[in-house]
Each structure stands twice: as C-alpha cells, then as structure tokens.
Design a binder for this molecule. Structure first.
Ligand code: TXA
Ligand code: MG
Length: 307
C-alpha cells in the first residue's frame, strides 16, 4: 500500500472522518474508536440502531489490552487464534476503565468486542494511526456485507476507501463472549466452531439468545433486495440458482469443488451479483451444516428471513 494513501486515511481519521478499509473477513467502515463524533458518524452512515455496538480493531494484543480486560481464557484464545494462527475471532471482554474509548462505540454496554484483523492494509493503517478503530461491516444496516472495494463504493459513493483486494475469508469474524465462566459463541463466522472447541478441549456453547447479545444477529441482517430461498430443489420461473458442488442448471456456483472455505469467500459477492441481475428470486442449494457451512447457513437464513 502506498504510504500516501495510509497517510491520507490517517489524516481523515484524526479529523473525525469515516473511511472504508479492507479486512480479511469483509470490508469495514473505520473511525477513531476514541472520537465520539466520528463513531456517531458511522451509526448515521449505516443507518444503524445505536443499541448495536461496534467491534474495536487493534494491530496488536498489547493495544487490545489497553481497552479490554483479558482474563486467562481470553489471553489463551488471543495468543492462539490472533497471534499464532491469524484467524478472524472477535472476543467480548470487560472494559478497561477510563481507556478513552467512546461510550457510543459500545452502545453503553459494560462489555466490548475486540479483534485483530489479519489484513496487511488494515494492520498498517492501525499501526500508523497508533490507536484502535471501530469498524462495522461496510454496508447499510440490514443489507449485504461487502468483500470488494467496488461493492463498498456502490453503497457509499463519497467514501474514501482503501484498496485491499477481495477479502480472503468473505464472512465476518466469529464472536465469542469470554466474560463468563465458560466462553460462548455469539455469532458464527470465519473461524469454525469446531476449531475453537478443539483448541479449548470442550464443546463450546452457542448462545441461542433470549435477549439479543450480538444485535447484529437481528434476523433481517444481510438481506439482498431479491427474495432468497434456501435448500432449493428446483428453481421457480424467473428465478436463479446459486449452486455448491455439482449443481446442474446453476446460475453461479459458490464452489464447484464443494469447498466450504471457497464458498465462504464467494458468498456475499455472489449474492451481490445475483441481486443485480434482475431475477425474481434467488434459490440456494443446501450447504452442509459443518465448519464454515454453519456461518454460511446463518447468513443465508438471515437473507431468506420472511420468505
Ligand atoms: O469480521 C468482522 O467482524 C467485521 C469486519 C469489518 O471486521 N466487522 C463486523 O462488524 O462484522 P459489525 O458491526 O457488522 O458486527 C459487530 C457485531 C454485532 O453483531 C454486534 O452486536 C456485536 O458485534 N457486538 C459488539 N459489541 C458487543 C458486545 N459487547 N457484546 C456482544 N456483541 C457485541
Ligand atoms: Mg455487519
């Protein structure tokens, strides 16, 4: 990344502006996490309910520890998944008091969400800026997330967006709450449940949630404009078929080889494309409910909500 682009992004951030940035999961809308007005601009830009808190993005574990309280499990998870394996994992921790973090960033909650993105541009930006950014996915609330710079610009044409290529993972980070006695998964995402359970040595609980702990889990999230249906067996007239593995009659295929990692990285891009092609409906073939398939099915369910 050219140094002047990072310098320009840093100048915008320090004057309280919002910018677009790539991460390994999806593109984000970045703002200085300690600048209340800048954080407020993110909510306005996304048209996001203010009760839906944001994830703090850091460039190192020590930077994270200035803001979040890392207990033993949190440290263990951060060292393994952030530092050694560079996986997309967001940890919900208690807040360090008087850290300077904007209250609006956490929507007034006692806890906060933190992650270390694994993308050279995001890391260079945060390192140069010297302070963490809050970065929700770069889409208006309830719309599809974005995995290319062009998709971000299609939503926010006036935004300064750093180029970082197509996001490798293609799905948001997995969120784990580590504030209780045992960690709990709040959102399926780019790090499969099985990998975390295996590392911890027990089966991680999934929070079905009486109240919405991760409000991004509102059911209508990630919706294309075209009605979407899962577990397709055949296509309706005027509809299209999104395939996986060997799918005769497909319009697009998430992964002809049936590879869930490839499918995850293609999910949002395929939905954006199909949404723009004028079909009456989008039909998606069944995706196996294992590994990254859980996060893919979670996003598809939200996209299909109400249909
Ligand atoms: O991969 C990602 O995580 C992307 C990229 C840009 O880094 N970001 C992302 O942010 O997905 P966003 O704002 O779209 O989703 C953040 C999620 C929401 O579901 C929010 O409710 C949850 O994190 N969250 C934030 N703080 C929380 C907290 N203290 N407790 C529980 N959930 C929290
Ligand atoms: Mg989002």
């Amino acid at each position: 990344m050219a140094l002047n682009e990072i310098a320009r992004a840093c100048a915008l951030l320090s004057s309280g502006e919002v910018i677009g940035l790539p991460t390994e999961t999806v593109y984000g809308l970045g703002a200085d996490a300690c600048h209340g007005e800048a954080v407020a601009k993110i909510y306005a830009l996304k048209n996001r309910p203010t009760f839906n808190p944001l994830i703090l993005h850091v460039s190192s574990l020590p930077m994270a520890q200035n803001f979040g309280v890392f207990n033993e499990v949190a440290l263990k998870l951060a060292k393994y998944f952030w530092q050694e394996n560079k996986k997309p994992l967001t940890l919900v921790t208690h807040k360090v008091k008087n850290s300077g973090l904007s209250e609006l960033a956490t929507a007034g909650l006692e806890t906060m969400a933190i992650r270390l993105p694994n993308h050279p541009v995001a890391l260079e930006l945060i390192e140069n800026y010297g302070s963490p950014l809050v970065a929700p996915s770069a889409n208006p609330s309830n719309r599809l997330s974005t995995t290319t710079r062009d998709q971000v610009l299609s939503y926010f044409s006036d935004l300064y967006v750093l180029e970082g290529g197509k996001c490798q993972v293609g799905l948001e980070s997995t969120i784990i709450d580590v504030t209780g006695n045992k960690p709990v998964i709040l959102r399926h995402g780019g790090t499969p449940l099985e990998e975390i359970s295996q590392f911890l040595g027990w089966n991680l609980a999934v929070d079905a949630g009486e109240k919405i702990k991760a409000p991004g889990q509102l059911q209508t999230h990630y919706a294309p404009k075209t009605p979407l249906y899962m577990n397709a067996v055949n296509i309706q007239e005027g509809g299209c078929l999104l395939g996986f593995g060997n799918t005769p009659g497909e319009t697009l295929n998430l992964s002809p080889e049936g590879d869930l990692i490839e499918a995850a990285s293609n999910l949002f891009e395929s939905l954006h494309k199909l949404d723009g092609m004028g079909f009456k409906s989008i039909h998606v073939v069944p995706i196996p409910e294992k590994g990254l398939g859980r996060a893919i099915n979670d996003r598809l369910k939200r996209a299909a909500w109400g249909n």
